[in-house]
Ligand binder design. Structure first.
Ligand code: NDP
Ligand code: 2IT
Length: 451
């Protein structure tokens, strides 16, 4: 079949998705990227076509929307929206994070849940896909306000989740503090101590390496990509965006491998430190972000370097870029600048940080480009390892979990290579991740009948 015929099938598919899901721009974007890879594959494998597997996967199994009322410290009543998208349970219980951020809406959570289905399949662990969250903004709230919000959120969510049904975790705005408050409320309401959430504290069912896992895993994935060209991290200049969970531990792992991280950012701007953000500076950033909950610009007062207000890191010259903040944070212009400045490896810690136009620039330039659903799968993979430990009522050592995470990231890389290598040898990781994640979910759906 010619490329034009495939393009027509993609356009028809997307026209239906847009008509059924109006106004959900990020969801359309995520689906389009996937169907562009998958339509040719589905045409060659008609069992998936006849069973309309792709169409079914694009409709969530269940969407839960609820009211979250809570009282702030002044005694004023606040009302937020709560969501859980249960996208696919084809290969295991729904699994995926909760995002608390004022921009959260249905379309953003559906994009994240859609990506999660393929990502979780790539890990090889038995996890379906889901995502949830709220338009609640934890910034500037007291610990007590965050606790009251989390308790109210879980009071409703608890009736929909469970260790064998749906297992949420963290994402933007949801870290150890929020998971703790939600776990405590789940336990009170259900009178059950179970692995209903991952990202728990070490003393109460959490796994070693889960906090590090997304950042470490992203760097392990980049390391595998670099290896295909005979390269490694030693002496490489690395630009990282974000300064939250994923960015922090990506920085740590790059340092461990001998690279130099020169940028971090938050929603207000970017810091540039040409000397490199070493272990001592990083320890201070962890305190700044996780304890003081301050802004990244405070870094330059303490350690020097430059602060670029309202800018992202992509103008800085680097070998490797690790976007670890949020969706659509690299646009076409940024991608052109990165490539022009000599960047040859982009590994996505965030979910869908590159716009479709930016992805096109990377693929055309044939640089090493690892899409989020492959490159950041280490977080959810280690959540899967936390679930296993909870089921066994055992705690594995740091070394063991890190080793398993590393093996999983190497295997995901190999899956992408298997399904994404083009005739000229170039590895199209987008195609590889989409097809590699799809097959297991699709075969399970075929086996389970019309569900
Ligand atoms: P955190 O809340 O810990 O940190 C988020 C970081 O990104 C902060 O520095 C934040 O800055 C910045 N950021 C958030 N929104 C924006 C925005 N709209 N514009 C610019 N900067 C922004 O979240 P995580 O580190 O956990 O998540 C980062 C990314 O990684 C997300 O895309 C998430 O979906 C993805 N991810 C996370 C996983 C995990 O295990 N946590 C697993 C896989 C993917 P500020 O403080 O100013 O808001
Ligand atoms: O996007 C993601 O993969 C996550 N936020 C982690 C999900 C999880 O269940 O650990």
């Amino acid at each position: 079949m010619s490329n034009n015929v495939y393009q027509q099938l993609v356009d028809d598919f997307m026209a239906r998705v847009k008509a059924k899901n109006p106004g959900e721009a990020e969801f359309h974007q995520a689906v389009q990227e996937v169907v562009e890879s998958l339509i040719p594959y589905v045409e060659e494998n008609p069992q998936y076509k006849h069973a309309k597997v792709l169409e079914r996967m694009t409709e969530p199994e269940r969407v839960i929307l609820f009211r979250v009322p809570w009282m702030d410290d002044k005694g004023e009543i606040q009302i937020n929206k709560g969501y859980r998208i249960e996208m696919s349970s084809a290969i295991g219980p729904y699994k995926g994070g909760l995002r608390f951020h004022p921009t959260v809406n249905l379309g953003i959570l559906k994009f994240l849940a859609y990506e999660q289905v393929l990502k979780n399949s790539l890990t090889t662990l038995p996890m379906g896909g889901g995502k949830g969250g709220s338009d609640f903004d934890p910034k500037g709230k007291s610990d007590n306000e965050v606790m009251r919000f989390c308790q109210s959120f879980m009071t409703e969510l608890q009736r929909h989740i469970g260790p064998n049904t749906d297992v949420p975790a963290g994402d933007i705005g949801v870290g150890g503090r929020e998971i703790g408050f939600m776990f405590g409320q789940y336990k009170r309401l259900r009178n059950e101590f179970t692995g209903v959430l991952t990202g728990k504290g070490l003393e109460w069912g959490g796994s070693l390496i889960r906090p590090e896992a997304t950042g470490y895993g992203n760097v392990y994935f980049a390391q595998e990509m670099l290896k295909t060209r005979g390269l490694d991290f030693a002496g490489k200049i690395v630009a990282i965006s974000g300064s939250g969970n994923v960015a922090q531990y990506a920085t740590e792992k790059v340092n461990m491998l001998g690279g130099k991280v020169v940028t971090l950012s938050d929603s207000n701007g970017t810091i540039y430190d040409p000397q490199g953000i070493d272990a001592e500076k990083l320890a201070w950033i962890l305190w700044l972000k996780n304890v003081k909950r301050g802004r990244i610009k405070e870094y330059v007062d303490k350690w020097g370097g430059e602060y670029f207000h309202d800018q992202r890191p992509w103008n800085v010259k680097c070998d490797v870029a690790l976007p670890c903040a949020t969706q659509n944070e690299i646009n076409k212009e940024d991608a052109i600048t990165l490539v022009k400045n000599g960047c040859y490896c982009v590994s996505e810690g965030a979910n869908m940080p590159s716009t479709p136009e930016a992805v096109e620039v990377f693929i055309e330039a044939k640089i090493l480009y690892g899409p989020g659903k492959a490159a950041n799968a280490g977080g959810v993979a280690t959540s899967g390892l936390e679930m296993s430990q909870n089921s066994m009522r055992l705690n594995w050592t740091r070394e063991r979990v890190d080793q398993e995470l590393h093996t999983i990231m190497v295997n995901i890389h190999n899956t992408c290579q298997k399904y994404g290598t083009e005739p000229d040898g170039f590895i199209n990781y987008v195609k590889g991740a989409n097809i590699g994640g799809f097959v297991k979910v699709a075969d399970s759906m075929l086996a389970q009948g019309l569900v």
